[in-house]
Design a protein around this ligand. Structure first.
Ligand SMILES: Cc1cc2nc3c(=O)[nH]c(=O)nc-3n(C[C@H](O)[C@H](O)[C@H](O)COP(=O)(O)OP(=O)(O)OC[C@H]3O[C@@H](n4cnc5c(N)ncnc54)[C@H](O)[C@@H]3O)c2cc1C
Length: 406
């Protein structure tokens, strides 16, 4: 395992650091950028994406012909590590540029790529991912939103159904939607993907208010929405392949799950309190957080080494997400306990220094679910890493219609 950059990686890191130093402000200790509203965060994120795109840092791994840098996955991670040292808006483009557009690059037509890729890269057009439904999340093979061929002579489809948990749908210009086109096929075979303009008549977006008061998620209703066939992505019945291309691109998000100075901050906080320094149970909790944070860093190094050698990071890396979410929760809980009864206050009551803890506390719960819940990740690790017997599959040899009628 390599802990240090190769000479080429070190040169690239310096280039990133120099560019960032002239285009962004470094974070001071404990600083955390906040916005008055989600709309404000989205527009700051669009502006930052535009700056990066104009300077060759908008999409490190994309081909140069598409406005990317033609760089390697490890260069992408290096840029993210350097960017995390600066006071820039937390990106809202992870789904748009990290999942949806890469899938469009593989499965979209030349005309579609020519029209949509550049504005997405420049942050002018935001894309959302319309996969999850009220009865289909961990198992997307059970989606029910249907697309039926128009019967009035138009060369298109009518989409009807409901999606849920769609991040930033209320701000997105476009979305990629997974639909059921043939219920008489096996559940993964009868699905087809389309892209839609989110302003299309019949699309209704209802933001969901979260526990932290924000509205990042939405319910999205498709009330007989007409979509021309030219907005189909991939072949009819190939929606699962299109979706898998998007989901596979999530693998790069292995970097930067935990703030780099997590346990150091905690240790400083404990040192400043006489009571805490002498409390063995608090020191034990600090030890545990340190061990988890250090273990995660080692796993990340292993993943980066694989990427640097042009290999795929192993499936064991997926367990990192479970540990990261738990470590973040443990960290926030200990920080709250150290504050005594004040730890129960919100950032609005306790002061802006408390905003990071509040955001991490709520965010950790989302990490446990997004991109595969803890249980699903554990199932994958059990089967693919530990070689345990697979889960019983009751859907084998059945069509989707048979599955939902049972
Ligand atoms: C921050 C965040 C952003 C998201 N953004 C989007 C987005 O932009 N677009 C989108 O389409 N979706 C999005 N989602 C939704 C997300 O993909 C789903 O929430 C996730 O896949 C889980 O699905 P579910 O909520 O339907 O839970 P379910 O699949 O119903 O699971 C409920 C519970 O049952 C457990 N469970 C399910 N199956 C098994 C099994 N086989 N074995 C053991 N336990 C099981 C799960 O672990 C969970 O505890 C987002 C979610 C979060 C948290």
């Amino acid at each position: 395992m390599d802990f240090k950059d190769t000479p080429e990686e070190a040169i690239f890191r310096t280039e990133c650091a120099q560019w960032l130093a002239t285009h962004a402000t470094p974070k001071s200790a404990g600083q955390h950028q906040t916005f008055d509203s989600l709309a404000e965060r989205i527009s700051a994120s669009r502006a930052w994406q535009a700056t990066k795109a104009a300077n060759g840092f908008g999409a490190i791994t994309w081909p140069k012909a598409l406005g990317g840098r033609g760089g390697s996955p490890i260069q992408e991670v290096i840029f993210r590590e350097e960017e995390a040292k600066y006071n820039v808006p937390a990106s809202v483009f992870n789904v748009s540029l990290g999942m949806v557009i890469p899938s469009l690059l593989v499965h979209g037509s030349d005309e579609v790529r020519a029209r949509y890729v550049a504005p997405a890269l420049q942050g002018k057009e935001l894309w959302c991912q319309l996969l999850s439904e009220p009865n289909a999340g961990s198992d997307l093979g059970m989606i029910r939103t249907q697309a039926k061929r128009c019967e009035d002579g138009r060369d298109g489809w009518i989409i009807s159904g409901q999606k849920v948990w769609t991040s930033f749908a209320q701000f997105a210009e476009f979305g990629m939607v997974l639909t059921r086109t043939d219920p008489d096929q096996a559940k993964f075979a009868g699905m087809t993907s389309f892209f839609v303009d989110m302003q299309t008549p019949g699309i209704e977006i209802r933001p969901i208010r979260q526990a932290n008061g924000q509205e990042e998620f939405n319910e999205v209703f498709f009330n007989d929405v007409y979509v021309p066939d030219e907005q189909r992505v991939g072949d009819i019945g190939n929606g699962w392949r299109v979706t898998m291309t998007a989901l596979m691109n999530e693998r790069l998000s292995i970097g930067g799950v935990l703030p780099a100075d997590l346990w150091q901050k905690l240790a400083r906080n404990i040192q400043s309190q006489h009571r805490a320094v002498n409390d063995q149970s608090i020191l034990n909790r600090l030890n545990e957080i340190y061990i988890h944070a250090h273990g995660l860093w080692l796993m990340q190094c292993r993943g980066l080494t694989a990427l640097g050698q042009g290999k795929e990071p192993g499936p064991e890396l997926s367990v990192a997400k479970i540990i990261a979410a738990k470590t973040l929760s443990d960290y926030c809980e200990l920080m709250m306990d150290l504050e005594g009864s004040k730890g129960l206050l919100s950032a609005a009551e306790h002061g802006s220094h408390w905003q990071l803890i509040e955001d991490l506390w709520y965010g950790a719960a989302g990490i446990r679910i997004a991109g595969g819940t803890d249980e699903i990740v554990k199932n994958n690790v059990g089967e693919r890493v530990l070689g345990l017997p697979p889960e019983p599959r009751l859907d084998k040899g059945k069509t989707f219609r048979e599955l939902v009628s049972n």
